[in-house]
Write a protein of this length. Structure first.
Length: 207
């Protein structure tokens, strides 16, 4: 039996990762890795779908047992990526999708070198700003902080990934992401001029 592929998806805040991943697993037979947390569910969240909601005691026991690819504590609550679910699905031959930030992605890669790291980019920094503003969920100050992080940290982080994908059109992005996962071929950071163009845009326009 063919072993499954773990595809780790990261990208700039506001680039549309969540929407793309949601549609991807709706259309294709991927298993979606769901994070665990000790915080209480928010309105509309469901256990096993939004997060695996567990107690701090249970989370700490799983830390001791080594059942997280990565975990962190934020505002006195734990968040982590369960290892057992991913490994079981891969052994069954199922491809698994994990949407996670870059720091966590690198920890996953260090433990599972065959994992496929895919970084999602906007077509331009101006478009990224337009999307962040269009969400209407954050203050201008928070939007500027997210853009600053994208410019100063994430353009460089993207170079550490296996492949890059541009979310310019939803349908095209979903199809291309599926193709990359199935064939393990696509545009790598070393063969892309998009990162250079984004960096140039930042230098010339400050966005």
């Amino acid at each position: 039996m063919r072993k499954g592929t773990l595809a780790v998806i990261s990208g700039f805040s506001g680039v549309g990762k969540g929407t793309v991943v949601k549609e991807l697993v709706k259309r294709y037979p991927y298993a979606l890795s769901v994070s665990a947390t000790t915080r209480d569910p928010r309105p509309g969240e469901a256990d096993g779908i939004s997060y695996h909601f567990i107690t701090k005691e249970a989370f700490e026991e799983r830390i001791r047992e080594g059942d997280f690819f990565e975990w962190a504590s934020y505002v006195d609550q734990y968040y982590g990526t369960p290892k057992s679910f991913v490994l079981e699905e891969l052994e069954k031959g199922h491809d698994v999708i994990l949407e996670i930030e870059a720091a966590g992605a690198m920890k996953v890669k260090s433990q599972l070198p065959e994992a496929l790291l895919i970084y999602m980019l906007p077509p331009s920094m101006r478009e990224l700003k337009r999307r962040l503003v269009g969400r209407g969920t954050e203050t201008e100050e928070k939007i500027e902080k997210r853009l600053k992080k994208a410019k100063e940290e994430e353009l460089e982080i993207a170079r550490e990934y296996d492949f890059l994908i541009v979310n310019n059109d939803l349908e095209t992005c979903i199809s291309e992401l599926h193709r990359i996962i199935q064939t393990r071929t696509g545009v790598s950071p070393g063969r892309s001029d998009l990162l250079t163009r984004l960096e140039t845009e930042v230098l010339e326009n400050g966005v």
